[in-house]
Design a protein around this ligand. Structure first.
Ligand code: ATP
Length: 355
């Protein structure tokens, strides 16, 4: 038996009644509902206002029922309805962000994965403590502008949605920098970005063993980030700034990628270290997480961020990927979560995958 994350009382009804897989209608919800239905689960879409019309266009992913509420932050008022439906909530970026990590973590409804991870992911300081403690290479952090010795990126705390970043070629470019709030300065790593979709199963005893379970690699994407991806074509930074054009990293979409096979040992090692440290720090991560990093020309992988739940980049792969196809046929991240829930029910280990 592994770490029990959920109380016996929270999961007891789910042993007797088939659960309903519920999530907020946005982000990766189509894939979550599709995967849950493939495994025979009933699905519930939580909508702020009317359910989005685009669901009508996707019959295999449209949830069986909707819970329409005026605004997402009122979800705590609907807890008894969710529990009556035997809902298991699946967190995703927009769900956690719009409800707020604290409010999400406090919901007295079963959640897939370890909700304790939200506190570690949503705080840049704690995230660095976790990743550096795991021995993972991150971009250097500069305490002051004077310490900068190459290209740098300034990130305001709480920079959200890809805005609130400043890029600088060198420290001279930041001489006139007057911060408007708390910020960090990082080494700007030059290389190629990869967003690696892992799944950690505490139940599995096969495959790439890490801690009490196994680590799976199900896909990889790269984000298209509004103007930054094309900005270089327009020329030098100073001229762009003079023209009033600032770089933003607003994500507009995702593209599938694969990594040189010789880099796989490095990324599995990174994934394994992050999981092992999470077990020591807060009982472990369960289910999907995404390691977001940059590979330099020296073939070194720097991790600048981790997302500890399903990421929207997995939407590229609703029926398999270059990696998931080698694990099982027709496997999406949404489906993988549903499979884990089924296994946990069969083995009477729901407390290890829900919290
Ligand atoms: P999100 O929560 O949407 O993942 P965020 O607001 O936390 O984003 P980051 O993920 O830290 O911001 O960074 C946004 C983008 O900035 C990245 O996708 C990447 O393109 C770029 N970036 C961030 N840190 C670095 C770095 N140290 N070197 C080079 N590029 C970076």
């Amino acid at each position: 038996m592994g770490v029990a994350l959920a109380s016996a009382a929270l999961v007891a009804p789910l042993k007797r009644h088939p659960p309903t897989i519920a999530t907020y209608c946005s982000h990766s919800s189509l894939q979550i509902f599709h995967g849950a239905r493939q495994e025979g689960y009933r699905t519930l879409g939580i909508a702020a206002g009317k359910p989005p019309r685009y669901y009508e266009a996707f019959p295999l992913a449209r949830p069986d029922a909707f819970l329409s509420i005026p605004k997402l932050d009122q979800l705590p008022k609907y807890v008894s309805r969710l529990n009556r439906e035997h809902a298991i909530l699946v967190p995703h970026g927009s769900f956690v962000e719009y409800l707020g990590p604290e409010r999400f973590a406090a919901l007295p409804v079963p959640v897939f994965g370890n909700r304790a991870v939200l506190a570690w992911e949503s705080d840049r300081e704690k995230e660095r403590e976790w990743l550096e403690g795991a021995g993972v290479q991150m971009p250097r952090r500069y305490e002051t502008v004077d310490d900068i010795d190459g290209p740098a990126i300034v990130k305001y705390y709480g920079a959200k949605g890809g805005k609130g970043f400043i890029l600088a070629k060198n420290k001279e470019a930041l001489r006139d920098f007057r911060p408007t709030g708390p910020f960090v300065i990082q080494q700007y790593v030059l290389g190629t970005r990869y967003y690696i979709h892992f799944f950690y199963s505490p139940l599995s005893r096969d495959g790439y063993r890490v801690g009490p379970g196994s680590l799976e690699l199900l896909g990889m994407d790269r984000r298209d980030e509004a103007n930054i991806d094309e900005l270089y074509k327009l020329g030098a930074q100073e001229e762009l700034l003079a023209a009033g054009i600032r770089p933003t990293f607003v994500v507009t979409g995702n593209v599938p990628v694969v990594l040189r096979e010789s880099l796989l040992p490095q990324v599995f090692d990174i994934g394994a270290r992050i999981v092992e440290r999470s077990i020591e720090l807060f009982g472990g991560m369960v289910g999907p997480f995404c390691v977001e990093g940059i590979v330099t020309e020296e073939l070194k992988f720097y991790v600048f961020e981790i997302s500890t739940r399903i990421v929207a980049g997995t939407n590229v792969f609703p029926s398999g990927s270059s990696y998931a196809d080698l694990v099982a046929p027709n496997l999406s991240m949404g489906r993988r979560m549903a499979i884990e829930i089924s296994r946990a029910r069969e083995q009477d280990r729901l407390r290890e995958v829900l919290s």
